[in-house]
Write a protein that binds this ligand. Structure first.
Ligand code: PEP
Ligand code: MN
Length: 337
């Protein structure tokens, strides 16, 4: 249930209505926007008669929210949320340009790639230190020493770092060192892990699960927000379909759909979607044209020898050329990159 207050309601009156809501056993989540103040009511609202609030002098209207996700819901927060990743804004017209190798392989590799992608205009560096691999015999990532390499690359370039957290055992160290904590597709419904994320204020990049519906994805974001961390960025990375020619099928519709359902920023990962480097260019362009709040792209300086996902990685120079072209598209739709 959401309560929309009358324009220019005083702070005192906002607090009074909030207390009225709390007195009914509900939690409040208030969003004071430029034009509207909305009090989101969380809890068992089905049994509550909206007229209880409608009679209040400061209340404009009361609406039931049909969807099971509340904090994530655009109805609760009509304006786009802008997530701040260590000074880089994402959402509301600000773009996340995340680039880097699939996996951290060595200090030389990561620092060289970080410098190149930064020179081309990337504003965050990605790199997997803990890798969720299908086979236990595949390279599993460098672990904590990989994380240290990412920190060195951050020192060398100033780029905030994005890397995947697979286990809550490492949350404290990620909280200390990682600017944007990625929750991978395979862990989108690891509810215990999601609940732990309230222990950090670091922003979370929540990838869509391999077969997740929009509602399941939004509910996973709701877990994170309900645990106390409001800084969530959604990431579409392709779904599993009957098609096997491409690694996954990029769901471009996820952009307008999530923007309608939610106020959270939506970033596209065209690398894991198609699984082929030559698909990245066109899918990245289509994503920006469709209104994405950014892109996460795998870039490797020697993809032929990459320990993971070389076949879907762009060489830095190709990434640079792509960003140049994306800037033109962004301009047409009134965004800056
Ligand atoms: C990744 O980005 O490194 C990754 C493993 O992606 P996903 O979880 O989308 O497969
Ligand atoms: Mn990868």
């Amino acid at each position: 249930m959401i309560i929309v207050l009358k324009p220019r309601t005083s702070e005192e009156n906002v607090r009074r209505v909030e207390n009225l809501v709390r007195s009914k056993g509900l939690e409040v989540h208030t969003v004071i926007g430029e034009d509207l103040t909305i009090i989101g009511c969380i809890g068992d609202t089905v049994r509550i008669d909206p007229r209880l609030f409608e009679v209040d002098k400061s209340v404009e209207k009361v609406m039931h929210v049909q969807e099971p996700y509340k904090l994530v819901n655009r109805a609760f927060h009509p304006e786009d949320t802008i997530v701040d990743v260590s000074g880089v804004k994402v959402g509301g017209g600000h773009m996340a340009l995340i680039a880097g190798p699939c996996s951290v392989e060595s200090e030389e590799q990561v620092i060289a790639i970080a410098k190149e992608v930064k020179a081309y205009g990337a504003n965050m560096l990605r790199g997997g230190a803990f890798k969720p691999r299908t086979s236990p015999y595949s390279f599993q990532g460098m672990g904590l020493s990989g994380l240290d390499i990412l920190c060195k690359a951050k020192e060398a370039t100033g780029l905030p770092i994005v890397t995947e957290l697979m286990s809550a055992d490492y949350l404290d160290i990620f909280d200390e060192k990682v600017d944007l904590i990625q929750i991978g597709a395979r862990n989108m419904q690891n509810f215990d892990l999601l609940k732990q994320l309230g222990r950090t204020k670091r922003p979370i990049l929540l990838k869509r699960g391999l077969n997740a519906t929009y509602e399941e994805w939004m509910m996973s974001a709701e877990y994170i927000m309900a645990s106390g961390n409001q800084n969530v960025i959604l990431c579409e990375r392709g779904m599993r379909t009957f098609e096997s020619y491409t690694r996954n099928t990029l769901d471009l519709q996820a952009i307008p759909v999530t923007r309608r359902l939610s106020h959270l920023p939506i970033v596209i990962d065209p690398s894991h979607a198609g699984g082929k480097w030559w698909l990245v260019d066109s899918m990245a362009k289509a994503s920006i044209a469709a209104g994405a709040d950014g892109l996460m792209i795998e870039v490797h300086n020697n993809p032929e020898c990459a320990l993971c996902d070389g076949g879907q990685s762009l060489k830095p120079v190709k990434y640079g050329k792509l960003l140049g072209e994306l800037r033109q598209i962004a301009k047409v739709i009134g965004k800056e990159m």
